[in-house]
Design a protein around this ligand. Structure first.
Ligand code: TYD
Length: 211
C-alpha cells in the first residue's frame, strides 16, 4: 500500500506521517517512511539545488524538471521496490506537490505537470493521499515559529501559497475516493485518529491484518 501526505508548508505533515508510521509498525506491518524532495542520494542533491538559496535563478520549467527527476529516482529506486516487497510506503509529499507548487504556484499548468510526473514515475500513483489543508497565513506562522529559515518556495508570498492550497483541494475534489482531506488546524491526536481510521479501512479491504 502506498500512502502520500500532501499539504501546504507548515501543515504538520511530518508529525502525522511519523505518528502513522509508528502505529502501523506497532501493529507489525513493515513500513517505509520517506520524503520528497529527496529519498535517494541523487534526490537529496536535487533537493538542495532546488530549495537552498544561492544557486542563482531557477526558472519554473527547470524547477519542475528537477522535482520530477528527483521523483523518478525515488519511485524507481525506493518506492516501487518496497511495494514489491509488500511493505507499506508512506511518503511526505509526492506528485501532487509538483502539480500544486509548479503547476498552479508557478503557473506551468496542472495538466502538463501531472502528465510529466506520470511519465517520470512510470505511472506510480498512491492508493491514498492524505491532504492536510492549511490556511497560508497559518502555515507561515507555524513555519516561522520554528528555528529554520524559509527555503526558496516557502518564502514566496501568501498569494502563491493560496494558489497551491486551491490546487490541492481541486485534486482531492476530482477523485474523492483516493483522498482524505483534513483541516490541518485540528488537534494532532484528532488528525492522527482520522488518518488511522481511513488507513485501517484500506488495509481491511486488502485482507491485511492491522489491529
Ligand atoms: P518540504 O520537505 O515539505 O519542506 P521542509 O523540509 O521545510 O519540511 O518541501 C520542501 C519544499 O519543496 C516545499 O516548499 C514544497 C516544495 N516542493 C515543490 O515545490 N514541488 C515538489 O514537487 C515537492 C516535492 C516539493
Amino acid at each position: 500500500m502506498f500512502i502520500a501526505f500532501e499539504g501546504g508548508d507548515g501543515a504538520g505533515k511530518s508529525t502525522q506521517t511519523g505518528l502513522l508510521c509508528q502505529e502501523l509498525t506497532r501493529r507489525g506491518l513493515t513500513v517505509l517512511a520517506t520524503r520528497e524532495p529527496g529519498g535517494t542520494q541523487i534526490g537529496e542533491k536535487l533537493r538542495s539545488l532546488v530549495l537552498d538559496h544561492g544557486h542563482g535563478a531557477i526558472d519554473a520549467r527547470t524547477e519542475a524538471l528537477l522535482f520530477a527527476a528527483s521523483r523518478a529516482a525515488h519511485a524507481e529506486q525506493v518506492i516501487r521496490p518496497a511495494l514489491e516487497r509488500g511493505e507499506v510506503v508512506v511518503t511526505d509529499r509526492y506528485i501532487d506537490s509538483s502539480v500544486a507548487y509548479q503547476g498552479a504556484g508557478r503557473s506551468l499548468g496542472t495538466g502538463d505537470v501531472k502528465a510529466l510526473n506520470g511519465w517520470a514515475t512510470n505511472g506510480l500513483w498512491p492508493d491514498l493521499t492524505v491532504l492536510l489543508d492549511v490556511h497560508p497565513a497559518h502555515g507561515r506562522h507555524r513555519r516561522t515559529a520554528g528555528a529554520a529559515a524559509e527555503d526558496r518556495l516557502e518564502s514566496e508570498p501568501d498569494e502563491f501559497h493560496q494558489r497551491i492550497r486551491n490546487a490541492f483541494l481541486d485534486l482531492a475534489a476530482a477523485a474523492p475516493e483516493s483522498y482524505l482531506v483534513l483541516d490541518a488546524h485540528s488537534p494532532v491526536d484528532q488528525l492522527a485518529a482520522a488518518i488511522l481510521e481511513r488507513v485501517e479501512q484500506l488495509l481491511a479491504g486488502r485482507g491485511s491484518v492491522a489491529q
